[in-house]
Design a protein around this ligand. Structure first.
Ligand code: ZN
Length: 183
């Protein structure tokens, strides 16, 4: 007997999206993101392609190609209900708050774009807080950066790319060390 899939892919506001097949509590791992780890050079060769856009940063010099898996359809939102984490050398989609069955799962792409990354995207997510242009983590307003960092919604390898690490250390002295410790 196979376990029911935690998510499903269906038409979304733009193209297709990934939807919750059941309710999730804040902090739940919604999905372990399957895929192939590729070097950044491979991504640069295909800059601007759908392939490149679907890849998710995986480490200092690597990205995860989700292939045709559900993660290829994960959309961005400027007011996300999910986030990307990394444990046991795998990426996970984590519930950032309670998520009802049928809700589209979205995360803020800026939390997986390091300050050493040049990828950008126009956004029409329709949220009041929409930033219009999605760029690296360092481009976020300070309060939003602080919010994502304090909640553990930024993978450690992204934290390590931040142009201003003092920002992390000085303003987040109360954070658990696991957030800042390199992996
Ligand atoms: Zn937006």
């Amino acid at each position: 007997m196979t376990k029911a899939a935690p998510v499903f892919v269906a038409p979304a506001g733009i193209g297709r999206g990934v939807f919750a097949a059941r309710t999730f509590r804040r902090g739940d791992t919604v999905l372990t993101i399957e895929g192939r780890v590729v070097n950044y050079e491979r991504l640069w060769e295909r800059e601007g392609s759908r392939y490149a856009a679907n890849c998710i940063r995986f480490g200092p010099e690597t990205y995860l190609d989700p292939g045709d898996g559900p993660a290829a359809f994960l959309n961005h939102s400027c007011a996300p209900n999910a986030a990307i984490g990394k444990t046991a050398n795998r990426l996970q989609l984590i519930a950032a708050r309670r998520i009802a069955a049928g809700e589209e799962l979205v995360f803020d792409y800026s939390t997986t774009i390091g300050d050493d990354d040049v990828w950008r995207m126009r956004c029409r997510c329709g949220q009041p807080s929409c930033r219009r242009l999605i760029r690296n983590f360092g481009s976020l307003p300070p309060a939003l950066r602080q919010h994502y960092l304090a909640n553990g919604f930024v993978p450690p390898f992204i934290v390590r790319t931040l142009a201003d690490p003092s920002f992390v250390m000085s303003r987040h002295a109360g954070l658990s060390s696991s957030l800042i410790r390199p992996r």
